[in-house]
Write a protein that binds this ligand. Structure first.
Ligand SMILES: Cc1cc2nc3c(=O)[nH]c(=O)nc-3n(C[C@H](O)[C@H](O)[C@H](O)COP(=O)(O)OP(=O)(O)OC[C@H]3O[C@@H](n4cnc5c(N)ncnc54)[C@H](O)[C@@H]3O)c2cc1C
Length: 521
């Protein structure tokens, strides 16, 4: 009889050279009385080249011990993701070292990239001020819609949350997304057929405002200046400090803040980026996305939900992509019986008014979209779209990858650094990783050697985000039936197995690769 071992907080360090697994022998079940649990710890020192990525591809490890053989079964792939505690400890330690020579950062933009930059820079021992033009934190009525968080981003977020509750806090605000499934919809027969299903997907679904609220509330009070519109900045003559001008929207007063660093987290239409790259144009993808969240939380036995679950049985843990002819939709469940959906529609580029990629929609536009949904999608999905109050329309852009995201004492982060289409579920994850890497680089080099720290941030992030932006662009064109760069067009009705494999999220360059953030440490 094989004992029933339990892996107790396996911890993997990259670059640190230590790999340790603790096994608790919990006895052999029914045949023998359960002995008091014996803890076996095996520690192996592995000398690693600094940049190596550890991926343990084993299904079964046998270890001999004086008590007999212990067999540890591990299914699937275990990537070397640093434990939250190790990240935290590393940050605390470096933060302590840095505290003596504090830098001061002015962050423009208080969305996901801004709030994450604040966490990462505070952990690095910096002072932080965040300027956000929105007048108040997005509490009360929910803002935004759903997003998917990858394991690495979740680990980083946990390291920023209050220690005792971090696991619960993040899990209580998210639902699992363990399956990535693409299916072809036959719009005439109103049936769907599975094209590809990856059951080892390890994301979690969050509501934008839940995630933002969680991160914002974990920051110290008074570092955010809400209702402050960034206007301009000047570098000092020696290019070692930056003076930022912003307008307090309520009073019209202009204020100046001086810092060692300006962090541009002002989104895909970044005005700070424009000062360095005035000719840069975003690329219209060829399609817009209708989006919405149907809230069924008030209805315990919702018929809509029951009907949906009959056709989509993995709802609650699956990221569903439905591919029609020249169009596709995505949907998944969020916490509290909310269904998040996105429907991509090919159309000429609409005129943007003001600084937002979200367009105001009329009732007429909504009615037209809902009628069209009935024609294209299976009835259960069309119902979700039709029943959603206040759907909104995003114009989908990206941008050819930037070669530079650092100029003297100014650094781009999040969508400002790499506007991307949403097909690879990357923008939020990239923002979180950008912030974590920036924080680590500033910690490593200190204020004295800030230029080197920023250079290293750029050299770590640009290669991977560039690949991810281009991959996401291709994925969008495949799923929208647009002509690809090799002249081909993906047809979900005729696609080969190999072509269907291209649809999976796990093909994203750098997918689940922890070494991307820690390779230089
Ligand atoms: C309200 C809101 C809701 C969202 N909901 C979702 C969602 O449901 N799902 C999803 O996948 N993504 C959503 N996003 C986008 C998502 O946050 C980003 O794509 C991604 O996380 C990268 O974030 P970012 O912080 O780089 O950019 P953004 O989220 O675009 O944030 C840029 C921030 O900069 C501020 N800003 C811009 N210019 C100035 C200025 N001159 N002065 C001061 N502040 C300025 C903006 O007000 C904004 O808060 C949402 C974004 C916002 C702002």
């Amino acid at each position: 009889m094989i004992p029933n071992p339990k892996v107790d907080d396996p911890t993997f360090f990259i670059g640190g050279g230590t790999f340790s697994v603790t096994l608790a022998n919990t006895g052999d079940g029914q045949e023998n009385p359960r002995p008091p649990p014996t803890i076996h710890t095996c520690e192996t020192e592995i000398e690693l080249p600094i940049t190596i990525k550890i991926v343990l591809l084993f299904r079964k490890i046998s270890l001999a011990s004086s008590e007999g053989a212990i067999t540890l079964f591990i299914n699937g792939v275990l990537s070397a993701i640093p434990s939250v505690e190790s990240l935290r400890e590393r940050e605390r330690e470096r933060g302590r070292e840095m505290r003596e020579s504090k830098g001061r950062a002015v962050v423009v933009g208080g969305s996901i990239a801004g709030v994450c930059s604040a966490h990462a820079l505070l952990s690095a021992g910096w002072e932080v001020v965040v300027l956000e033009k929105t007048t108040a934190p997005p509490t009360g009525s929910p803002t935004g819609a759903g997003l998917g968080l990858d394991p690495l981003a979740r680990g980083i977020i946990k390291s920023w949350l209050p220690q005792q509750q971090s696991d619960n806090l993040l899990n209580n605000h998210t639902l699992p997304l363990t399956i990535d499934q693409n299916q072809a919809t036959d719009s005439e027969k109103k049936i769907s057929r599975i094209l590809t299903s990856d059951e080892n997907f390890n994301f979690r679904a969050a509501y934008w405002s839940d995630l933002h609220g969680l991160l914002y509330k974990a920051l110290p009070p008074n570092i955010f200046l809400w209702g402050h519109l960034f206007l301009s900045f000047n570098l000092s003559d020696d290019k070692k400090s930056v003076k930022v001008q912003s307008k307090e929207l309520q009073t019209g007063k202009v204020i100046e803040i001086v810092g060692n660093l300006l962090v541009a987290a002002d989104g895909c239409l970044s005005s700070i980026r424009q000062t360095f790259l005035p000719d840069l144009k975003l690329r219209y993808s060829g399609y817009c996305a209708w989006r919405g969240v149907l809230d069924l939380s008030h209805d315990e036995k919702s018929k809509i939900l029951v009907d949906l679950q009959k056709v989509y049985p993995d709802l609650g843990k699956c990221l569903y992509f439905d591919l029609g002819s020249g169009t596709h939709s995505v949907f998944y469940e969020l916490l509290n019986k909310r269904i998040n959906w996105i429907w991509y529609v090919n159309q000429p580029e609409p005129q943007l008014k003001g600084k937002s990629v979200t367009i105001k929609v009329s009732n007429n536009m909504i009615n037209k979209m809902q009628n069209e949904a009935e024609k294209v999608w299976v009835p259960e999905l069309a119902t979700i779209i039709k029943e959603t109050k206040q759907p909104f329309l995003n114009v989908i852009y990206d941008c050819n990858p930037l070669k530079k995201i650092v100029w003297d004492r100014v650094v781009l982060i999040g969508d400002a650094a790499h506007p991307t289409t949403p097909h690879g579920l990357r923008s939020t994850n990239m923002s979180i990783l950008d912030a974590a890497v920036l924080g680590q680089c500033l910690m490593k080099y200190g204020v004295e050697n800030l230029a080197e720290g920023l250079e290293e941030y750029q050299s770590i992030r640009v290669p991977v985000t560039s690949k991810q932006v281009l991959h996401s662009r291709r994925l969008g064109r495949i799923k929208q039936g647009l002509i690809l760069y090799d002249g081909k067009v993906f047809d979900p009705k005729k696609a080969s197995l190999e072509e269907c494999g291209d649809l999976q999220q796990k093909n994203m360059p750098g997918f689940g690769d922890a070494s991307l953030i820690l390779s230089k440490y």
